[in-house]
Design a protein around this ligand. Structure first.
Ligand code: SAM
Length: 229
């Protein structure tokens, strides 16, 4: 594979198990001049695992993406190849990426996807709940607009995918029970990791299960669409 100069590659990385990365992603990370990442330590572990030679890491953070634009443009203008990664999964999917990508596109440089893992599609791939159509919500807003969003989503005629953190999962499930009712749910905790758990059942069943089992880790949740009564 030949990497192109003045090109911005968007590279998916694992969501846990470091072996979940494509051969092409490893090659692009090896060949890129600069890697744009979130936590340099997290990316450093991945690079070491695949013997990727040390190279400049340009950190960029959620809500501060504008800061990265000037150096990114400068590098692209000087012919450098850049690779954007996030801490886990696909950049731009509930992660920084969109803003940088849109600016790079506006400036007329090529943006190339190097596809791979996303927690949402990993869960959907093992879904027993219909998934021909689905809606990806990701994280709900923490405060303002949360109830409005929940009401809107509860009315959808397809399943809805949510991301949730360890600290909020029980509150989230209680809200889902309140707004969606006791629907069928598929819940993935720590997918691809040592303590991977896949729960299938009802929302009330999930609450009872995670009351008794560890709530530690990262959660991706898929809820059945509205069922007309
Ligand atoms: N860019 C990532 C992707 O492609 O899925 C998502 C990043 S977002 C900041 C992190 C959230 O994704 C977590 O809070 C959790 O909801 C979900 N997530 C990431 N890794 C996961 C895993 N191994 N198992 C379950 N959910 C995960």
């Amino acid at each position: 594979m030949k990497i192109k100069p003045s090109t911005f590659y968007v590279v998916a990385t694992p969501i846990g198990n470091l072996e979940d990365i494509t051969l092409r992603a490893v090659q692009v990370l090896k060949d890129a001049d600069i890697i744009i990442c979130e936590d340099t330590r997290v990316t450093g572990i991945l690079l070491a695992r695949y013997d990727i030679p040390k190279k400049p890491l340009l950190p960029h953070y959620k809500n501060q993406e504008a800061r990265t634009i000037a150096p990114v443009m400068e590098h692209l203008r000087s012919g450098k190849t850049l690779a954007l990664v996030s801490d886990a999964g696909t950049p731009g999917i509930s992660d920084p990426g969109y803003f940088l990508v849109s600016e790079v596109v506006k400036a007329g440089f090529a943006v190339v996807p190097i596809p791979g893992v996303t927690a949402a599609t990993a869960l959907l791939s093992v879904s027993h709940i219909p998934n021909q159509h689905f809606y990806f919500e990701g994280f709900l807003p923490h405060k303002k607009g949360r109830q409005t969003r929940l009401k809107f989503l509860a009315d959808m005629d397809c399943g809805v995918v949510f991301y949730e953190s360890t600290h909020r999962i029980m509150k989230f499930l209680a809200e889902i029970l309140e707004y969606f009712g006791d629907r069928e749910i598929l819940l993935g905790r720590e997918l691809t990791k040592l303590h991977e758990t896949v729960f299938r059942g009802t929302v009330s069943g999930a609450i009872a299960f995670f009351d008794e089992h560890s709530q530690k880790g990262e959660f991706v949740v898929y809820i059945h669409g509205k069922i007309d009564s």
